[in-house]
Every structure is written in structure tokens, then in C-alpha cells.
Design a protein around this ligand. Structure first.
Ligand code: MG
Length: 385
């Protein structure tokens, strides 16, 4: 049995209302999904994080490298894809194309062996993961936090106990909105902030100092991911844990973050940084250096299931009888691809998400829904996440 066919799909969901954060305004979600099929008709699904049309081209470039391979040998296939692209794209969108294919191969491998991906990774240390709600994006340039109260009430009623908001609109506005959200969520809520690398070191240090009193779980991407040493300097200026890594790739990139002591929490996006094969290696690096790892997760329900399996397998170091919950990022912004693309759908129960015990990623794609969201390449003017 070998890999016989690779199909890519660019899926687009037009939003009923656009939203913005420190960098961009989005009016649609556009994601590249890949299906890998074997000679005996079994299939697996993967997803890449990054500009969909670029990722699709990358997957087409890699197609001849993957066709004919044994889907059980994911590390061998990963290495062939890495070698094929090494001279041109050790980081960036081609690595996201590799990630999408690698994830599809893990799903396929699980389905062939009739085992969940968590078992293939070495086993699930936990069968439930606590989601934190990523939301509180901005809708209205005149009154950016207009919907915060409604949103906070909704997430609390759904059972969320941890939340992440966007900052990066300017220090004065940020402080005002962090204060507002802390009041709306109450003192028990875990609250994280994310500037999407909006600030200089000096600005990030100032904002940290001004929001420390609001008990911030972590400050994500405070400064440019290019400045490994400045991240380390910022850590010495604040008591807020510093997180980053969603723009980083492979164990070699994460090794830079680790060697420079840049972050307290590593956040590889499994759908971009090298897939599950490489995430396992990044996890080993994090473990060997005593650094927490909480993946960045965005996109469709395929990506969320990838993260569920991966996080279930992260070892607790140090071990102890009463472990805190491990967290998974659970984006709550409008996205039909997260809600409708796969079955069974994601169910949050008592504030937790279950790690599926079904083979592979534990989901399949509803191909009617896939067709509904799929677009012709010529229709895509811009590719956003
Ligand atoms: Mg982020």
C-alpha cells in the first residue's frame, strides 16, 4: 500500500462582520486543506496555516516526493519533503505545506492501523484538555471594545474559564481594554494578551508594567519574532510570562528561541512549524529545557483535533499528583470551517474538550460541506489565514 493521490482544496468562508487586530482586518477565512489517498482507497486529511494559495502551490511542488511512499513511514516522508525544499524554504509557507501533508499522513496512518493519533504519538496522558477562548477581536474602529460585554457573557455561559484578548492598538487603549475585560470576566478568570508582534521592546515593557496588576496569564508575541535577544530582555523587565512561536518553524527555529531564553511558553503552530512529526521533536526540546508548550491553533476543526491529540501526549514535567489543566487554544471568532467542515463536531462539556479515541484524528471531512466552501483559484484575490 502506497500513497497514490494528493488533492488540495482552498476553502473560503465570507464573514458576516469583519474583525481586526493590531496587524490586519479580515473579512473572510481562507484555508488550504489536503486529502491524501492510498492505493487501497484509505485517506487522511491535513491542513496548513498560512496563505492558502501559496500553501496549495507548495503541496503541488511536493506531490511527486510523496506519491508512491509508504504512509506508515511518516518520518522518512518528512525528511524527503524537507530535503526537497531545504535550499529555498527552511522556514515559512513551504514548511506549512509540509505540515499539511504530514498531518494528513498521520491521520491516514491512524486510520490504517485503527489507532488514534494520540496513541501513535506514544499515548494520551490526559483525555480532556481545557480550551481557552481566543476572541475579543475588534469590530468597530470608533468603539473597538463595543462587543466585549456580550462576548464575555457568552463565553462564560459556555463554560470557558480562560481567555485571550488582542492588544497592540496603542498602550493607552490596550490598558483601558485589559482593565475592562478583567472586570467583565471576574478575578478568577485566566486572561492572556496577544499583540501579534505590534510593539518595540520599550513599548512592550511599558505595557507589561501597566497591565501586570490585572493578573495576566501570558503576553503573547509582544515584539517582533526576529528579535530573539529582545524577548529575553523583556522577560527580565516583567513578571508576566512571555509567550511566542506562532511565526517560528521546525526544531531548528525553536532551538533559537530556547537558546536565547526568549520565552516562557513555546507556541508552535502544528499546521505550520512542521506538522506532528516535527511538533513531537519541538516538544522534546521544550521538555529538555523545562519550557511550557501550548500550541498556537487556528483554522478548521482539523487543526483543532491535531492540537488535541498532540497536547494529550505532552509529558508533565515535573510530575505531581495534582496537575493543572493543560490548555488548548480554541478560537471563537466567526468561522464556518471550524464549525461545519468535519464530523463529529467539536463538543465542549463542563469546560473541557475530549481527545477523540477514534482512529486517526478521530474525524472525517463532510465532503458536501467541503464542496460548498471550496473555491476556484481564480476567484481568490487575497489569501488570508
Ligand atoms: Mg497569537
Amino acid at each position: 500500500m502506497t500513497i497514490e493521490k494528493i488533492e488540495t482544496f482552498i476553502l473560503k468562508d465570507k464573514l458576516s462582520q469583519s474583525f481586526f487586530f493590531s496587524q490586519w482586518e479580515y473579512s473572510e477565512r481562507c484555508i488550504c486543506v489536503v486529502k491524501v489517498t492510498t492505493s487501497d482507497g484509505q485517506h487522511g486529511w491535513g491542513e496548513g496555516y498560512g496563505p492558502a494559495t501559496v500553501l496549495e502551490s507548495g503541496i503541488k511542488f511536493l506531490e511527486s516526493t510523496v506519491i508512491g511512499e509508504n504512509p506508515l513511514e511518516n518520518e522518512v516522508i518528512w525528511n524527503k519533503m524537507y530535503r526537497k525544499t531545504f535550499d529555498f524554504a527552511r522556514r515559512g509557507a513551504l514548511m506549512a505545506s509540509i505540515s499539511a501533508l504530514d498531518i494528513a499522513i498521520w491521520d491516514l496512518k491512524g486510520k490504517i492501523l485503527n489507532l488514534p493519533v494520540s496513541t501513535l504519538l506514544g499515548g494520551a496522558h490526559r483525555d480532556k484538555i481545557q480550551p481557552y477562548a481566543t476572541g475579543f477581536y475588534y469590530m468597530d474602529h470608533d468603539n473597538p471594545a463595543r462587543d466585549f460585554e456580550k462576548e464575555a457573557k457568552l463565553y462564560l455561559s459556555q463554560g470557558f474559564k480562560a481567555f485571550k484578548m488582542k492588544v497592540g492598538l496603542g498602550i493607552e487603549k490596550d490598558v483601558k481594554y485589559v482593565k475592562l475585560l478583567r472586570e467583565l470576566l471576574g478575578p478568577e478568570a485566566k486572561l492572556m494578551v496577544d499583540s501579534n508582534h505590534a510593539y518595540t521592546l520599550r513599548e512592550a515593557a511599558e505595557l507589561s508594567r501597566k497591565i501586570e496588576k490585572y493578573d495576566i496569564g501570558w503576553f503573547e508575541e509582544p515584539i517582533s519574532p526576529e528579535f530573539y535577544e529582545q524577548y529575553n530582555e523583556l522577560k527580565s523587565k516583567t513578571t508576566i510570562p512571555i509567550a511566542g512561536g506562532e511565526c517560528e518553524y521546525t526544531r531548528f527555529g525553536f532551538n533559537q528561541l530556547i537558546k536565547n531564553k526568549s520565552v516562557d511558553i513555546l507556541q508552535p503552530d502544528i499546521c505550520a512549524s512542521g506538522g506532528l512529526t516535527e511538533a513531537k521533536r519541538i516538544g522534546a526540546l521544550a521538555s529538555a529545557n523545562g519550557i511550557d508548550l501550548i500550541p498556537h491553533t487556528w483554522g478548521t476543526s482539523i487543526g483543532i483535533h491535531v492540537a488535541l491529540h498532540f497536547i494529550s501526549n505532552i509529558e508533565s514535567i515535573p510530575g505531581r499528583m495534582y496537575q493543572p489543566n493543560f490548555l488548548i487554544e480554541y478560537d471563537q471568532t466567526e468561522n464556518g470551517l471550524r464549525e461545519n467542515l468535519t464530523f463529529p463536531s467539536i463538543v465542549m462539556k463542563d469546560g473541557m474538550l475530549e481527545v477523540p479515541k477514534r482512529p486517526g484524528l478521530g474525524i472525517d471531512v463532510d465532503e458536501d460541506v467541503l464542496r460548498r466552501y471550496a473555491v476556484n483559484k481564480s476567484e481568490i484575490k487575497t489569501s488570508i489565514l
